[in-house]
Design a protein around this ligand. Structure first.
Ligand code: NAD
Ligand code: MLT
Length: 311
């Protein structure tokens, strides 16, 4: 019998394959503290997480039976991959299941930002009928700069073209040829910063992408640019963004992800130009079911000695 621990909320339908496997027992640890996790982790063969559980070196060192960690989502920056590798634990993720939801959320953020919908809604809720304050900008004929043209970035490009936007993108794996086929402009990070009216980020959080949008980058942008981040907190230097908005270099920002999560106090949210959601990019029934099925199936495969699909 293999024991699987689930430490973040995962879709019930998504973990159905694990429930059905008669050689697997599941235990839920949704409200366990990090200390509780560390105390009990040695009992389990597999650990399933979303983005909240911090799978640290300390936790991994205590996981004497652990064979596999499943991340129900894309980003594995909450898992110490070096420690997992060192201790012979495989990490699998679910790279495809939430692409569509994240792209849709990004589009929703771009549109809400450009038309100041959250601000106008709040004002109306507070009994103000103010039509002058909430004049927006059209997306048509504006340039959307995409940094990171992977699964989500490409889906955003496709949708933004439907809004009649022009796209310029930077990705180290993008070639001029591929860009031409996608009918988008290929540029360097500097080209994207200089030419875009809206900049959306879709890279992983890596050493190379930490604070990719920093004070230097904000000096290069078109004054009045609007910034969207539905990828990872930490890719934008939040202090630099705050200053850039204060100085009107950046007109507004739509943020789904933050340097510190969860938080109850972030000074960016004091700025009326900033709209935000609490890391909801993948929070749809469809995406949550899909990512949970993907990792559950990989855990079952691995525990049965088969090859996993998303190592
Ligand atoms: P992906 O791997 O398909 O795409 C990432 C792209 O970034 C790749 O094409 C890669 O070449 C590119 N890249 C890497 N380093 C770069 C750099 N220095 N500059 C520019 N591009 C660079 O990943 P994805 O599925 O498209 O996910 C993108 C991001 O979105 C990840 O950080 C993921 O964790 C995040 N995400 C967030 C949510 C959410 O809930 N907000 C949901 C899903 C994914
Ligand atoms: C991801 O990387 O997949 C996202 O952060 C979505 C999530 O799991 O919350």
């Amino acid at each position: 019998m293999f024991k699987v621990l689930i430490s973040d909320p995962l879709s019930k339908e998504g973990i159905y394959p694990l429930n059905q496997a008669n050689h697997i027992s599941i235990e839920m640890a949704i409200d366990w503290s990090q200390e509780q996790l560390e105390d009990r982790i040695a009992e389990y063969d597999a650990l399933l997480v979303r983005s909240q559980t911090q799978v640290t070196r300390n936790l991994i060192m205590k996981a004497h039976k652990l064979k596999i960690i499943g991340r129900a989502g894309v980003g594995v920056d909450n898992i110490d991959l070096d420690a997992a590798t060192e201790y012979g634990i495989i990490v699998v993720n679910a790279p495809n299941g939430n692409t569509n939801s994240a792209a849709e959320h990004t589009m929703a953020m771009i549109m809400a930002l450009s038309r100041k919908i959250p601000q106008a809604y709040l004002s109306l809720k507070n009994k103000h009928w103010d039509r002058k304050k909430y004049v927006g900008t059209e997306l048509k004929n504006k340039t959307l700069g995409i940094i990171g043209l992977g699964r989500i970035g490409a889906e955003v490009a496709y949708r933004a073209k439907g809004q009649r936007m022009t796209i310029i993108a930077y990705d180290p794996f993008l070639t001029e040829d591929k860009a031409e086929k996608m009918d988008i402009r290929y540029g360097t990070v500097e080209d994207v910063l200089k030419d875009a009216d809206f900049i959306t980020i879709h890279t992983p959080l890596l050493k190379e992408t930490r604070h990719l949008l920093n004070a230097e980058a904000f000096k290069l942008v078109k004054p009045g640019v609007q910034i969207i981040n539905c990828a990872r907190g930490g890719i934008i230097d939040e202090d630099a963004l705050y200053q850039a908005i204060q100085s009107n270099q950046v007109a507004g920002a739509a943020l789904d992800v933050f340097e510190e999560e969860p938080f109850y106090n972030n000074k960016l949210l004091e700025l009326p130009e900033v709209i935000a959601t609490p890391h909801l990019g993948a929070s749809t029934f469809e995406a949550q079911e899909s990512v949970a099925i993907d990792v559950s199936e990989d855990v079952i495969r691995f525990l049965a000695g088969d090859v996993v699909r998303h190592p």
